[in-house]
Design a protein around this ligand. Structure first.
Ligand code: ZN
Length: 440
C-alpha cells in the first residue's frame, strides 16, 4: 500500500479541482470532433498540456475486429447563405451546424428542397441537434427549428467544404505504472463535437485524474484511454488483443458534469469488484443515486463486456445518457455543466478507485477479547475528532472482522461506514501491531 493511502481521495481531488476540470472542458468544447480527423488531434493537443500521451494512428481501411477503420473526415467550412450572400447557418458559429461526417456539397437550391438535408428538433425548437452519418454517405446541416421556420422561401446556397479521404483513426493513452502489471482501464470518448457534458466533461476529468495519479505510487497500473466511441474502442481492442487480459477493472466516464444522478451501470457480470466498489460509494451519494444493470446499449462498456473479452468495465455518469433533454443538443453547453458537479463526480470516482486500489484482508493479532485500545492511545488519538464515534466504531469493526476472511470492503459494508474510514482504522491498527496484512 502506498504511503499516501489514507489521503488518496484528497490527493486526487485537491481544492479547486472542479474549476480545473471545468476550465479544460471549456477549452476543448468548441472543437469540431468526429470519429476521425483533425478535431480529435486538436483535442489531444490540449490534453497533452496536462499529461503526456502516446498516440496511435490506425490507417483507413484497417480491419479491426469485425469493423473497418473509416475514411478520415475533415471540414473546413460549412454554411447556408441567402440570396444576399448572408450566412443564415454558419458552421464557424457552432460545430453542431454541420451533420457530423457530412459528405462535401456545393449547390444552389430552393428552401423546400434544401429542407430535406436539414435536421431540426420541432419539440425543442430553440436547440440545434447533434446528428451523425458515419456509415452512410450523405450531406446535411443541423439548426434550430425556430431558425428554419424563420427562413423565407427562395433560393439558398449550401456549401460544405469537407472531405472523406484515406487517413487514420487516432486514439491516445496515458499509462501510469503501478507495482502490479494488472491494469485499471479508464476511458472517455473523444468523438463528440461541441457537447459539454457528453463528453468534454469526461475527457477533461480523466485528463486531470491522470495527471493526479501520475504523482502517486499505486498498486495497479492505470491506463487512460481517449478514443472515439465504438470504432475507437474496437480499434484499441483489435490493436491490443495480447494485452487486454491485464485489465482487471475498468470504468467508462461520460456525462459527469450535470446535476443529475449519479448513475452507475454495472458490468455484464454484475458482481465484479468495480460493481461492488461503485455500489458502496453510491450508497451514500444521495437519493438520486442509481445503479442500473448492464445492457448491450450505451457507451464503450459494450465492447469491453462483449463475450470475446468479458472485461469488467462499468459506466459512470451523472444523469443517465439519453434521459436528459439537453442530451445531443446545443443545450449540452458550458452552462449545463458546473464545477461543483464535476468535483462531486471526481470524488466519487476517486472513492471507487480507493476501494479497488486499497481493499485488503488483515488478521487480528490480538483476537482473544478486545485489545485494550486506550492503553495504546488509540482512543485518545481520535478523542478530539468530530468523527471520533465513527472512527472508534471503525476500529472495533475492523478488529472484530479481521479474521482473514473479510476484506476491508466487506467490513465497511457490514459496519455501514465509508471504506475510507475502515481503511484508515486498519492502517492505524496495523501501525500499532494489532493487525497483519495478508497477501499483498
Ligand atoms: Zn453521445
Amino acid at each position: 500500500m502506498s504511503s499516501d493511502a489514507s489521503t488518496w481521495i484528497d490527493a486526487l481531488c485537491p481544492p479547486g479541482i472542479g474549476d480545473d476540470i471545468y476550465r479544460l472542458a471549456a477549452d476543448i468544447y468548441p472543437i469540431c470532433r468526429s470519429i476521425t480527423g483533425a478535431g480529435v488531434r486538436q483535442t489531444l493537443d490540449r490534453l497533452e498540456r496536462r499529461v503526456p500521451l502516446v498516440r496511435t494512428e490506425t490507417p483507413t481501411g484497417a480491419q479491426v475486429l469485425d469493423w473497418t477503420v473509416p475514411p478520415e473526415w475533415s471540414v473546413r467550412d460549412a454554411y447556408i447563405a441567402n440570396a444576399a450572400g448572408e450566412r443564415v447557418v454558419d458552421f464557424r458559429r457552432h460545430a453542431l451546424h454541420v451533420l457530423n461526417y457530412s459528405a462535401p456539397f456545393r449547390g444552389k437550391l430552393p428552401l423546400a428542397k434544401l429542407k430535406q438535408n436539414i435536421f431540426t428538433l420541432p419539440d425543442q425548437p430553440e436547440l440545434i441537434p447533434y446528428r451523425t452519418s458515419y456509415y452512410e454517405a450523405r450531406w446535411g446541416f443541423c439548426m434550430s427549428h425556430a431558425a428554419l421556420m424563420s427562413l423565407p422561401d427562395g433560393e439558398y446556397e449550401a456549401v460544405i467544404e469537407s472531405s472523406l479521404e484515406p487517413g487514420s483513426l487516432t486514439y491516445a493513452e496515458y499509462v501510469h505504472h503501478g507495482a502490479s502489471a494488472d491494469e485499471i482501464l479508464l476511458q472517455a470518448h473523444t468523438c463528440h463535437p461541441a457537447l459539454a457534458n457528453d463528453n468534454c466533461s469526461g475527457v477533461a476529468m480523466l485528463t486531470v485524474l491522470a495527471a493526479a495519479i501520475s504523482k502517486l505510487k499505486t498498486r495497479y497500473t492505470y491506463r487512460f484511454l481517449f478514443a472515439p466511441g465504438t470504432i475507437g474502442a474496437i480499434t484499441w481492442l483489435a490493436n491490443n488483443t495480447d494485452r487486454v487480459q491485464r485489465i482487471r477493472h475498468g470504468l467508462i466516464v461520460s456525462c459527469v458534469g450535470d446535476s443529475g444522478g449519479p448513475t452507475y451501470k454495472r458490468t455484464r457480470r454484475g458482481d465484479a469488484p468495480i460493481d461492488r466498489a461503485m455500489a458502496h460509494v453510491l450508497k451514500d451519494a444521495g437519493p438520486e443515486a442509481k445503479i442500473i444493470d448492464f445492457s448491450p446499449y450505451g457507451y464503450d462498456e459494450r465492447q469491453y463486456n462483449s463475450p470475446g473479452f468479458k472485461l469488467d468495465v462499468g459506466l459512470f455518469q451523472r444523469s443517465q445518457f439519453g434521459t436528459f433533454p439537453e442530451y445531443h443538443t446545443s443545450a449540452d453547453n458550458l452552462e449545463f455543466i458546473r464545477p461543483e458537479h464535476l468535483e462531486r463526480s471526481m470524488r466519487l470516482i476517486a472513492a471507487a478507485l480507493d476501494v479497488l486500489e486499497h481493499d485488503a484482508r488483515f488478521v487480528n493479532l490480538a483476537p482473544k477479547g478486545e485489545p485494550q485500545l486506550g492503553r495504546r492511545g488509540l482512543y485518545n488519538s481520535v478523542g478530539g475528532d468530530k468523527n471520533a464515534y465513527a472512527n472508534n466504531m471503525a476500529m472495533l469493526w475492523t478488529l472484530n472482522q479481521s479474521d482473514g476472511d473479510h476484506s476491508l470492503l466487506d467490513i465497511a459494508e457490514r459496519a455501514g461506514l465509508p471504506f475510507d474510514t475502515i481503511k484508515r482504522s486498519a492502517l492505524r491498527l496495523e501501525a500499532h501491531g494489532l493487525l497483519r496484512r495478508l497477501g499483498a
